[in-house]
Every structure is written in structure tokens, then in C-alpha cells.
Design a protein around this ligand. Structure first.
Ligand SMILES: [Fe+2]
Ligand SMILES: [Fe+2]
Length: 166
């Protein structure tokens, strides 16, 4: 069953947002690469891949429902950062914006009585809880390490060990 025009537009907006998020993480990966923080760069690349997968899942969902996929324009992501703490602070802001957007989608689907959307969106609501928590933890640790290169390098190597099968 097709979604309402309004709901389909909101799903399309979400596809664009996940792609923008993927691009922003790629930019952050490049920043860390240039700073030789290779673990943080690898973590960001992995994050970027995950956001692209989210975009694809939303895209497939729109198609499954019989609606048209229309990807919108993206704004250029931030490219200048004062250091690792600012990068992760921006990443957290981004995740919070995505969470708010998915919550809006859920409310819209509920108000429209479109119950078929609920299980799909529920998964992403849970995913966002994890995303905010993991980025928030890294941000706190990077802030603790500030001005101590040895501590920052330790976090960097830990992030480089992120399990890419998750
Ligand atoms: Fe996402
Ligand atoms: Fe995310």
C-alpha cells in the first residue's frame, strides 16, 4: 500500500539526510587522515558506510511501498575543525538531528494511521539510541584526553580496532 504524499516526502527527506550524514562522516575521515589519526579516520569511514546503508534501507522501503524515490540536495558538510573534540561534537550534533528527524517521521506515520511504517521506524529509533551513546562516549573520552597526545593516540588506536562486521 502506497504511503501518503506527505509521508513519502518525509521518507525521501530522510534518505537525503542519511546520505548527507554519510558525506559528513567521509569529510571527518579525511580530516583525521590528514592529521595522521588513522584509527579515528577508519572509525569515521566505517560510520560513513553505515549511513549509506541506512539511506539504502530507507530507499528500499519507499520502493517497497510503491512510492517514488526522490533524493534531494545536500548541503556541504563542515570541513574545518579545531581538533578531534570538535569533530566528535559535530558528529553528536548530527546524530541528534537524525534522531529528531526519525522521531518526527514516527509521529507523522502514527498521525496518518500508517501502521506499516512503525516496525521499520522502531528499528531506527533503537539504532539512534546506540549511535548517540557511542558517539557521546567517544566525545567524553576525547575531551578527557585533550592536550595530552599520548592519551589521544591511545583513543585513536582503540577506535581503529572497531569491529567492522557490526
Ligand atoms: Fe543513520
Ligand atoms: Fe548514524
Amino acid at each position: 500500500m502506497e504511503m501518503s504524499t506527505e509521508l513519502a516526502a518525509a521518507f525521501n527527506k530522510q534518505i537525503t539526510m542519511e546520505l548527507a550524514s554519510s558525506t559528513a562522516y567521509m569529510q571527518m575521515a579525511a580530516y583525521f587522515d590528514a592529521a595522521n589519526l588513522t584509527g579515528m579516520s577508519a572509525w569515521m569511514r566505517h560510520q560513513s558506510d553505515e549511513e549509506r546503508e541506512h539511506a539504502e534501507r530507507f530507499l528500499e522501503y519507499v520502493l517497497d511501498r510503491g512510492n517514488q524515490v526522490v533524493i534531494g540536495a545536500q548541503e556541504a558538510p563542515p570541513a574545518e575543525f579545531s581538533g578531534a573534540a570538535e569533530v566528535f561534537a559535530k558528529a553528536l550534533e548530527q546524530e541528534e538531528a537524525v534522531t529528531a528527524s526519525i522521531h518526527d517521521l514516527y509521529r507523522l506515520a502514527t498521525e496518518a494511521g500508517d501502521l506499516a511504517c512503525i516496525p521499520f521506524l522502531q528499528e531506527f529509533i533503537e539504532e539512534q539510541l546506540e549511535e548517540e551513546s557511542s558517539v557521546g562516549t567517544i566525545l567524553d573520552r576525547v575531551r578527557l584526553a585533550q592536550d595530552q597526545p599520548a592519551a589521544l593516540l591511545l583513543i585513536d588506536s582503540q577506535l581503529g580496532e572497531r569491529d567492522t562486521t557490526e
